[in-house]
Design a protein. Structure first.
Lengths: 169, 287
């Protein structure tokens, strides 16, 4: 990533800011905290930009930094009153969602609400796996856990979602 | 698992939409500006003046990825920076441990700076005549060596810096002004002999551009003599533009060339970016 100009970095921010902000905001459930952590994660990644072999490596680092910041903030109890307790606030559901094996049929809004009720670590692992399509080894690196722990969290996350969606009207 | 991907994608879109609804520039634009790859455009500036969240985010970012300009360090020295930006400068100096900026800041601590302490209203140049002639403000440095006069003249706003101290002949004068967003407009000129024993340097801005750029009010206006070794990459664009601006004036260009010759051989090292400007600029390298 050491080409001597900042243009690739700006392109990296343009590509990854939106999904990262979605990830972080989903974990901290606060708009301003979410923006601050997102900004800080990009800054810390920028500091090491010249050391990354490629964009995939940089993305993994970016999400690792963001995950640590979110979980640290949660552990320290450094939280403001929640502003996003309803996880769907501010958004419109997509028009259609295909039914997949493993989850009962539901629309995006209901699924988002269920995701918002998941514990943070389960939500994180599902985001990294099913939205960013990271493999288990990558997720293990991002979350600083073993691949077995990631497998376990994925399984538990899906199970919990199934239970919640089964309970929803 | 498409439903999950859609749900997460929908959330990410909703998160980004709330920012877009506030009219905030995309984050990659903020980075491009902070890194000096680009400047705010006329469509973005009014939002930055009005949105404290964006202003604060951009300030915080800027001084973490670049060295602060003389303007920012000078305002920090004078206690004129907003608290969040002052905190970021402190972080750059202390936590990031930037020794060169620490030394620059020490050298900027002194009385030889002219600072217009009150905000200067910038009347719309289209209504200057009705407003009775427009701008006319004066200030002096605490040590009395420098005097500055800001005036509106025709389509221009001129900041003239004067001194009777012959030791300052041929020295670089740095000027800067900013509006609500604290994004400074920097310019440079070289002091040269004027009439009646005075030495003067003039910086000229297009009045309409200045009015639009600062949204009608100049909250900070400063001028000082600046050693070339205190210039950083943050100032090279302004330095280049200032030399270009003086291009048609042969007396000013002579002063620039003489200043360049001295700057290139002075014992204090120049930043590489400034050295490149001085070596390659056609206006100053044709001596």
């Amino acid at each position: 990533m050491a080409d001597g100009t900042h243009a690739p970095w700006v392109a990296f921010v343009a590509e990854h800011w939106r999904p990262l902000y979605g990830y972080v905001r989903g974990l901290v459930r606060h708009e301003q905290d979410g923006e601050e952590i997102t900004q800080e994660s990009f800054y810390r990644t920028f500091v090491h930009w010249q050391e990354f072999q490629d964009a995939t490596h940089a993305r993994r680092w970016l999400y690792r930094v963001a995950s640590n910041l979110c979980f640290d903030r949660h552990r320290r109890g450094d939280r403001r009153p929640r502003s996003l307790d309803r996880p769907g606030a501010g958004g419109r559901p997509s028009p259609e969602v295909a039914e997949e094996p493993g989850l009962p049929p539901c629309d995006v809004l209901i699924l988002r609400e269920a995701l918002g009720r998941l514990p943070r670590h389960l939500r994180a692992v599902l985001f990294l796996r099913y939205y960013l399509e990271m493999d288990r080894a990558e997720i293990a690196e991002v979350l600083d856990r073993t691949a077995a722990a990631v497998n376990n969290w994925l399984h538990r996350g899906l199970m919990k979602l199934r239970e919640m969606l089964g309970d929803m009207p | 698992m498409k439903p999950l991907a859609d749900a997460f994608g929908d959330e990410a879109a909703a998160a980004a939409a709330s920012r877009r609804q506030r009219g905030c520039p995309p984050p990659d634009r903020c980075w491009a500006v902070a890194l000096g790859l680009s400047a705010w455009n006329d469509g973005e500036r009014p939002h930055l003046s009005a949105c404290p969240s964006c202003r604060s985010a951009v300030r915080r970012l800027r001084w973490r990825v670049r060295h602060p300009s003389w303007w920012t360090l000078q305002r920090a020295t004078l206690g004129l920076l907003p608290a969040d930006e002052a905190g970021e400068v402190r972080r750059h100096l202390e936590m990031d441990g930037c020794g060169s900026c620490g030394r620059r800041r020490q050298r900027l601590a002194g009385d030889e700076v002219v600072s217009f302490t009150a905000a200067v209203p910038l009347p719309d140049p289209r209504t200057w005549a009705a407003a009775g002639g427009g701008l006319d403000q004066a200030a002096a440095s605490a040590d009395g060596r420098l005097k500055a006069h800001l005036l509106g003249l025709g389509r221009d706003v001129i900041l003239e810096v004067r001194t009777r101290d012959a030791a300052l002949d041929g020295r670089l004068v740095a000027c800067g002004c900013a509006g609500d967003d604290e994004e400074p407009l920097l310019a440079f000129a070289v002091l040269r002999p004027d009439v009646n024993g005075w030495f003067a340097a003039q910086v000229r801005w297009d009045a309409s551009e200045l009015h639009a750029r600062l949204c009608g009010s100049c909250r900070g206006l400063m001028a000082r003599v600046l050693e070339p070794g205190l210039l950083t990459a943050a100032e090279t664009d302004a330095l280049r533009a200032s030399i270009d601006r003086d291009g048609p004036d042969e007396r000013s260009m002579t002063a620039w060339r003489q200043w360049r010759e001295r700057a290139l051989v002075q014992p204090e090292p120049l930043s590489e970016e400034v050295r490149v400007v001085l070596r390659s600029h056609p206006g100053t390298s044709s001596v």
